[in-house]
Design a protein around this ligand. Sequence first.
Ligand code: KG4
Ligand code: ZN
Length: 324
Amino acid sequence: MRILAIETSCDETAAAIVENGTKVLSNVIASQSQIHQITGGVVPEVAAREHIKVLPYIYKEALNKAGLSWADIDAIAATETPGLISSLLMGIQTARTLAKVHNKPYIGVNHIAGHVYSNWLDRKDDEFQFPIVTLTVSGGHNNLYLMHSVTEMELLGQTQDDAAGEAFDKVAKMLGLNYPGGPEIAKLATQGNENAFKLPIPHLQNPFDFSFSGLKTAVLYLIRDLDNQLSNETKADIAASFQFTATKALADSLLSAAKTFKAREIHLAGGVSANLRLRAQIEDSLSLAKSDLTLRYPNLIEYCTDNAAMIAAAGFRDITNKNR
Ligand code: KG4
Ligand code: ZN
């Protein structure tokens, strides 16, 4: 089954075609990040107007790149929630109209489920071993799931305030770095000492919940205590110390959930799963414990951040599960 999906939940206009939830036939992404750099963040109305302007070019390119026509498409999917309402509406309306015109079923997809299934892209169904603990972590969400099978998931915990990606973006802004802040912090952190500053991370009642707003405020106070006089070296040390603390909190929860629920695989997904320090913390802990757990993150960086291939993958699970 081939699904053409559209994703417009935030500031990426994306369309993709995926076969049977795994084989990516095309994946087209137009980022608005340059537009939003001027304001240091996404202005919803600006994002929505840009989506509607470029969408027809993007889904046509997805068809062209896959070498397919509408007759080859079995269903049309779009991200329905969560996200910026005005942006989501542009994708939903477009997908619903295309479904009607071309007489295909329409599938409304949850964006976070999309991130979960991004780990299935360019892989084969029979590679996976359950149970799996999955962390979806980006600018808008920070959830920990236990997957009993490819379609059964249980929410173990979530952020009580900011998502980790949001904290990366806000700390980057404090350091005068560009938006989106995650890759900028990661780059600067390679020149810093991650033990330079000890930053706090709270322990919550549910060990699988997260909280990043205190960490963000601690960086704000640290910068204030340094009288806002930051040398390039100090900035790099702050970036590295922040990145270490944030990624350690994520890795610790994930590893503890894997142990508690006797998981056979650990999955990272979402924009922050592109972070190499996060991946390394988990890999180091697994090798230290001589664990045979499999760590997976999306096959390509463009599958970590928002994309439509993952929406097609989640749409496939939705439609095949309902038809069972
Ligand atoms: O999944 P995504 O594209 O959008 C949302 O669903 O929110 O994630 C974007 C987030 C941003 O906060 C961005 O700063 C963060 O992912 N991000 C990173 C990295 N690359 C993107 N955070 C840390 N390290 C990275 N390498
Ligand atoms: Zn996302």
